[in-house]
Design a protein around this ligand. Structure first.
Ligand SMILES: Nc1ncnc2c1ncn2[C@@H]1O[C@H](COP(=O)(O)OP(=O)(O)OP(=O)(O)O)[C@@H](O)[C@H]1O
Ligand SMILES: [Mg+2]
Length: 270
């Protein structure tokens, strides 16, 4: 089930950063005045790494992810993505938003193929990949349905497929499994790690679940309450492949306790 794990682990180049953020700030102009969402955020993400990002509600996680995706301008600092200064969305990145944002007038398969249309790629050649990925997330047979005919969790799974269809090297995921029931969520975690292992993507994954953050990541970035900063980076030294049974081990529990304590000391935990 987990081919070439050792090979994949070795191939993660510890010296090359695929994302480099230095002193990033973001200020929103709001009706009640200026909101400082991010203040001096600096970090590196290495090629092939899995990063979990946790922090109190409103600390700027979605803001940071949209900035990294090139969808939102930032107010200060510098960001490099894939070695070049960040200029915009780009085909090196796929994004899963906090809500599915599917177009209601398009079928599931048409929604999933949308990014390939935007980039004027030949959608036909991506059709089989889209079908395979939909089957992988349990949506075989729903290709020609419309979003309103699917549950919230199913729509979110479709939006994950949309991000994966172009096989981007960087995947930015904003609480992608928040709407799923506990069992499906666990399955999706295992499935995501399998895809990550096979394709060696770089993933930045926002979650409110401490257990999920530890289970998935090489490193967990813990943010402070707004204005958001990276308060601490925790290396998760658990063996791969990860198995769900690890969640009950003392080693896993120590990481979870540490992150929980940090979140409580950095702001309210939601
Ligand atoms: N378009 C906007 N205009 C003004 N303020 C905004 C805008 N978008 C976000 N904010 C503010 O910026 C801060 C960070 O918001 P963001 O959505 O990034 O938080 P978050 O960490 O993703 O929260 P959650 O965990 O609840 O999803 C919040 O205080 C929010 O109110
Ligand atoms: Mg958010």
């Amino acid at each position: 089930m987990y081919p070439d794990v050792a090979e994949v682990a070795q191939s993660v180049d510890s010296t090359s950063s695929i994302i480099e953020a230095r002193d990033v700030t973001k200020r929103y102009a709001a009706s009640s005045g200026e909101v400082v969402a991010l203040d001096g955020v600096s970090f590196d993400v290495r090629d092939g790494e899995f990063i979990s990002l946790v922090g109190p509600s409103g600390c700027g996680k979605s803001t940071l992810l949209k900035i990294l995706a090139g969808l939102l301008p930032y107010s200060g600092g510098t960001i490099k993505r894939s070695g070049a200064p960040l200029k915009g969305p780009g085909s090196d990145v796929g994004m899963v938003f906090q809500t599915p944002v599917l177009l209601p007038w398009r079928t599931i398969i048409e929604n999933v193929l949308l990014p390939t249309e935007f980039r004027r790629l030949n959608s036909d050649s991506y059709l089989q990949r889209a079908r395979d990925l939909l089957a992988l997330v349990g949506l075989a047979g729903f290709e020609n349905r419309y979003p309103h005919e699917l549950s919230g969790g199913m729509q979110q799974r479709a939006s994950i497929v949309r991000a994966l269809v172009q096989d981007p090297p960087i995947l930015l995921m904003d609480e992608p499994f928040g709407a799923l029931d506990a069992m499906t969520r666990e399955q999706m975690n295992v499935e995501l790690l399998r895809i990550w292992n096979q394709n060696r993507k770089t993933v930045v994954f926002v979650t409110h679940s401490i257990a999920e953050s530890v289970f998935l990541a090489d490193r967990v970035f813990v943010m402070t309450a707004r204005p958001g900063q990276i308060a601490e980076v925790i290396d998760i030294d658990l063996p791969r492949p990860r198995e769900l049974s690890m969640i009950n081990t003392e080693h896993f529990g120590r990481y979870a306790t540490r992150i929980r304590a940090l979140l409580h000391s950095k702001g309210d935990l939601s």
